[in-house]
Design a protein around this ligand. Structure first.
Ligand code: NDP
Length: 276
């Protein structure tokens, strides 16, 4: 087994994920993995970094596929004894002009951005090494959406002791209500992407509390981070930041120095902890 340190970035064949890998190749002491659901797109990304003189590695990883997640986790466990840095960047969004029914948008968006990202965390947290850093790529949209939820929902998402199971049930309830066209009556805003990121930020806070309780001496820091509004296929060309600028806050969270004790369990934008 190698003692080399290792960083893994999901959905990193393009966009912000690829910019994170580019930065880690320059700044992280160890192997950096591009992961992608599609092997061809992943290998093209490796080749594009190679043409810049940067050496990234590749492993297939479709976060919607539990078998793909467990295969990747087993690979990193066997080859490196675990993972030092995990960035859960993979995500999807329907365009504003997309005519897909809201019920479908809700199910599909929550599936990847919340449920599949949670599957990643469930499978990978046990193999995050002492001193590890975990970054969940969330969004300012999730914070805005929190404030548009009913007071009762806001209270749950802000609760210091909401159980993970309750959060999962709430996210499932949003999808179920959306399918019946009843989500707004039930206190949910009309944004599947926003709710998925509200859920992901809340999940990050819950899992950070678990780590502090269950592995108090391991010094692992887990946070949700926002890249800002970034020019990618997802956000389009009018966005204000380049992928490199968007990656900066996430790379900062991934490279919090050894011995740091904070931030942990926070929502962080532009290297600053944000109110929740
Ligand atoms: P892109 O659409 O450019 O890239 C998304 C990446 O995620 C692609 O590599 C895509 O792979 C991958 N992906 C999607 N689904 C899966 C899956 N099931 N398994 C593995 N990989 C998957 O988007 P961005 O780079 O803009 O977004 C990256 C993250 O940043 C997302 O979580 C997004 O929500 C978040 N974010 C983006 C903002 C922005 O302004 N751009 C603002 C705030 C947050 P493929 O190429 O195969 O589709």
């Amino acid at each position: 087994m190698s003692t080399t340190r290792v960083a893994v970035v999901t959905g990193s064949n393009k966009g912000i994920g690829l910019a994170i890998v580019r930065a880690l190749c320059k700044q992280f002491q160890g192997d950096v993995y591009i992961t992608a659901r599609n092997v061809g797109r992943g290998q093209e990304a490796v080749a594009s970094l190679a043409s810049e003189g940067l050496k990234a590695m590749f492993h297939q990883l479709d976060i919607d596929d539990l078998n793909s997640i467990t295969t990747a986790a087993a690979f990193f466990k066997e080859k490196y004894g675990g993972v030092d840095v995990l960035i859960n960047n993979a995500g999807i969004a329907f365009g504003v002009a997309d005519s897909t029914p809201f019920a479908v948008q809700a199910e599909v968006t929550l599936k990847t951005n919340f449920f599949a990202t949670r599957d990643m965390l469930t499978q990978f947290l046990p193999i995050i090494k002492a001193g590890g850093r975990v970054v969940n790529v969330s969004s300012f949209v999730g914070a805005r959406t929190l404030n548009q939820c009913s007071p009762a929902l806001q209270q749950r998402f802000r609760s210091e002791d909401i159980p993970e199971e309750e959060l999962v049930e709430l996210m499932q309830e949003f999808v179920n209500k959306a399918k019946k066209g009843e989500h707004t009556q039930a206190g949910w805003p009309d944004t599947a992407y926003g709710v998925s990121k509200t859920g992901l930020t809340t999940l990050s806070m819950i899992l950070a509390r678990h780590l502090s309780k269950e592995r108090p001496n391991d010094g692992i820091l887990l946070n949700a981070g926002c890249p800002g509004w970034v020019r990618t296929d997802m956000a389009g060309s009018n966005a204000t930041r380049s992928p490199e600028e968007g990656a900066a806050n996430l790379v900062y969270l991934a490279l919090l120095p050894p011995g740091a004790t904070e931030p942990h369990g926070k929502f962080v934008s532009d290297k600053e902890v944000q109110p929740w």
